[in-house]
Ligand binder design. Structure first.
Ligand code: FDA
Length: 398
């Protein structure tokens, strides 16, 4: 039996950042993970280059039942803070688009950074360690006595603080488990129902027959996410062999509820049919296809005309045709689920946690950070920023 100050469950982005902050304060810290190596999701993130933060990080870019909850942590560990660490380790990076910062070389650089910082802060990491159970001591309120016991396949640990950083349900084959949610329930904390987010959407059978043979085609769209205040994402949409993907769709998917339509403007800020309104312009299918092709791939333009032929060539019907392509409403049959979702929305109810420290209000010494909490970022480095920020907050308190 080892007795330490802090045990962190999960050696992902949030857990490692928490361990570093706690270790720097002189706390004795163990990080435990069932995977054979640390930071597996970091390694596959951002196409292998890890989009480690976003320069435009704002609380509005996160979904949560309490939109204010993330503000405190995000203000106390900002993109500039992770950037300072990245620069300290001489990691070269670039802004790809929309404030998204990626490593020039490889996501391995970020994992190496975290490993080195853990070493400097005397954090001990045990991989390939199965968590068997977490129990509270008989007298958890007695000062100086460790409040928790964690039993694992690598032995038992007594700790005054336990930080749950076991992530969400996305990509089970990478080792995602529901442990964090189970622990929350074990200690009586409420959960917001989980759902796959940042996930490709699947067409209903009718749309699949219409579009799926165009798999691989993409175009820039505005996807409108239906919330209290609609959010608009102007990015690429990709047709897949099952439905729609691409950044605009992934973003909208986080807000999507089954049965709801998704609304897409397929030609943002353009009036595609305006050539057909010119004096003496031809008005027929070929001229309409030519007009759509100025923005879209040819096969998409042709298919659109075949699926939605204008009901005539009058000004009124052409205006209606133009309006429809700026407000294409499709009702997906579903999403590709946790196998393909980048993140899990929902999780430990933020009402259960102190927004400054991530500590449970009901169970002193028990903390929840990262994706397991009901805070989900947009695509583009926001989820890692939440992992760093919530991890740092807990690490400064645990
Ligand atoms: P994370 O999942 O990283 O870590 C949890 C840890 O807990 C893992 O090491 C796991 O092995 C361990 N664990 C789980 N269950 C356990 C158990 N029962 N026992 C012991 N250990 C257990 N975000 C972003 O901002 N930029 C990006 O570029 C990307 N790219 C990206 C690509 C892909 C393919 C995916 C799937 C996701 C992304 N993300 C992303 C999202 C990002 O990876 C995610 O939000 C963070 O990794 C969450 O960090 P956490 O530390 O909370 O969980």
């Amino acid at each position: 039996m080892q007795t330490v100050d802090v045990v962190v469950l999960g050696a992902g982005a949030a857990g490692l950042m928490c361990a570093i902050e706690a270790g720097r304060r002189g706390r004795s810290v163990f990080v435990l993970d069932h995977a054979e190596r640390i930071g597996k999701k970091i390694l596959i993130s951002g196409g292998g280059r890890c989009n480690f933060t976003n320069l435009h990080c704002r609380p509005e870019s996160f979904l949560s039942s309490n939109p204010h909850f993330a503000k405190s942590a995000l203000a106390r560990f900002t993109p500039a803070d992770i950037l300072a660490l990245v620069e300290k380790h001489g990691i070269r990076y670039h802004e790809k688009t929309l404030g998204q910062l990626f490593c020039d070389r490889s996501a391995h650089d970020i994992v190496t950074l975290l490993e080195r910082e853990c070493k400097d802060a005397n954090v001990r990491i045990l991989t390939a360690t199965r968590i068997e159970c977490l129990t509270q001591s008989a007298n958890p309120s007695a000062p100086a006595s460790p409040r928790f016991t964690v039993e694992t396949s690598s032995g038992a640990f007594r700790a005054s603080s336990v930080v749950v950083a076991t992530g969400g349900l996305s990509i089970p084959k990478m080792g995602a488990t529901s442990l964090g949610y189970q622990l929350a329930q074990q200690f009586g904390l409420a959960l917001v129902p989980c759902r796959p987010a940042l996930v490709p959407l699947v067409f209903n059978p009718e749309d699949r027959d219409r579009w799926c043979d165009l798999s691989g085609l993409s175009t820039e769209v505005v996807a409108v996410a239906t919330t209290k205040r609609p959010v608009r994402f102007r990015e690429k949409m990709l047709i897949t062999h099952r439905g729609l993907s691409g950044p605009s769709i992934l973003q909208a998917s986080s807000y999507w509820q089954p049965g709801q339509p998704v609304e897409l403007d397929l030609a943002p800020e353009a009036q595609l049919l305006s050539p057909l309104f010119a004096r003496n312009a031809r008005r027929d299918t070929a001229s309409a296809v030519a007009a759509l092709r100025t923005l879209w791939p040819a096969r998409l333009a042709e298919r659109w005309l075949a699926v939605y032929p204008p009901s005539g060539w009058t000004n009124a019907t052409l205006e209606a045709f133009e309006r429809d392509l700026h407000a294409w409403r499709i009702t997906p049959a579903g999403s590709e689920g946790y196998d393909k979702a980048e993140v899990t929305a929902g999780g430990v109810d933020t009402a259960e946690l102190d927004a400054r420290t991530m500590e449970s209000r009901k169970v002193p010494g028990l903390y929840f950070i990262g994706e397991v909490v009901d805070v989900t970022g947009w695509l583009g480095g926001y989820n890692f920023q939440w992992a760093w920020a919530s991890g740092a907050s807990a690490g400064r308190a645990a």
